[in-house]
Ligand binder design. Structure first.
Ligand code: MD3
Ligand code: FE
Length: 224
């Protein structure tokens, strides 16, 4: 299905050849909205730079003592953190002791629109976890279950270098499908797919024209 979502946008120079969004169903209640974030790529990157200036990307430590290969920060009322004490959401950045930067309006608007296109109509995210992958960084197969309201979906936005996303089942040993996530792709996972195992394969060498040798993924959640 193709949606001409960008038709009639006023700025003809910036949107001379807008990417068309297409919707791909990848699970019972999960969809990839290809290129849904492309039209706002510059504003999204500016916002991420502003967030990272106040709450820097850092590699956190798992309860088991391993340093994660992806660097992370957060915006919103609550941020996801891990250390030797465990995984949790908290209102304060452990690095600075200050509240996480507010969730930018363009972030929230994008997340709500994407959720609604996927059939989740009252999404009000309070947390946004931002992951930064350098070449070789990965995220092992895991479930996201630290959020209080698991009836609400997760919305994810990918920018920069492409990565292979692993989409597994409800049990770790279930077979997983590989999905290439590219700059501008937005994914919505909810309902019966909300607790499916997932991960990211090690980022292959390369370079993105806007973000360099990096991939950035940010995910919106109802955590509190
Ligand atoms: C499927 N991030 O931050 S986004 C994470 O690309 C995370 O950085 C990956 O997994 C990344 O927790 C993948 C995709 C994602 C996020 C949450 C999900 C897929 C999900 C929750 C349930 C099912
Ligand atoms: Fe996850």
């Amino acid at each position: 299905m193709n949606l001409d979502l960008f038709e009639g946008l006023p700025d003809e120079t910036e949107n001379a050849e807008p990417e068309k969004t297409s919707i791909e169903k990848i699970g019972e209640q999960s969809v990839v909205l290809r290129q849904f974030a492309s039209a706002m790529q510059h504003d999204l990157i500016t916002a991420i730079d502003q967030i990272a200036a106040r709450a820097p990307f850092r590699q956190m430590v798992t309860p088991g003592g391993y340093r994660m290969s992806a660097a992370m920060t957060n915006c919103g009322t609550l941020g996801w953190v891990t250390d030797r004490q465990g995984y949790r959401y908290q209102a304060f950045d452990p690095l600075t002791g200050k509240p996480w930067p507010a969730m930018p309006v363009i972030f929230k608007t994008l997340a709500i629109q994407a959720a609604s296109l996927a059939g989740f109509n009252d999404f009000q995210p309070d947390a946004c976890l931002i992951n930064e992958y350098a070449i070789g960084a990965k995220m092992s197969l895991h479930q996201d279950k630290n959020e209080k309201d698991l009836s609400q979906p997760v919305v994810s936005v990918s920018l920069g270098m492409a990565a292979t996303f692993l989409f597994g089942g409800l049990q770790r040993q279930d077979k997983s499908q590989k999905i290439l996530l590219q700059h501008g792709d937005v994914v919505v996972w909810g309902g019966v797919d909300r607790l499916r195992y997932h991960g990211i394969l090690a980022l292959k060498a390369g370079c993105h024209p806007l973000l360099g040798e990096r991939r950035i993924n940010f995910t919106f959640r109802c955590a509190g």
